[in-house]
Design a binder for this molecule. Structure first.
Ligand SMILES: [Zn+2]
Length: 91
């Protein structure tokens, strides 16, 4: 579940930066993912392990309707309790 919520969060964040930097072509986005604590569907905040496969699937589904449809997402799991963008390659 967190995978799909996180997918939306990541795409939104990238789109925000793309707009701020006025980029028109984004070839690659690097993301580091730890365990993600979220509150959703009436549950209190809790941690779930993120499946990279589900996350990629979610991101591709959202990104295909945006400027990011050709973008390669490079997602790496790391220790920690958050996620961050480590790289945006574009022009
Ligand atoms: Zn959950």
């Amino acid at each position: 579940m967190h995978d799909f919520l996180l997918a939306k969060e990541i795409v939104d964040e990238v789109l925000k930066i793309v707009e701020e930097k006025k980029l028109s072509k984004i070839s690659k986005v690097g993301v580091e993912i730890g365990q993600i604590a979220l509150a959703h569907d009436g549950h209190e905040e809790h941690i779930e392990d993120i499946s990279i496969d589900n996350l990629m699937f979610g991101i591709e589904g959202i990104a295909k309707n945006t400027i990011l449809k050709e973008t390669k997402f490079d997602i790496k799991k790391v220790n920690g309790e958050s996620w961050k963008l480590v790289e945006i390659e574009g022009e």
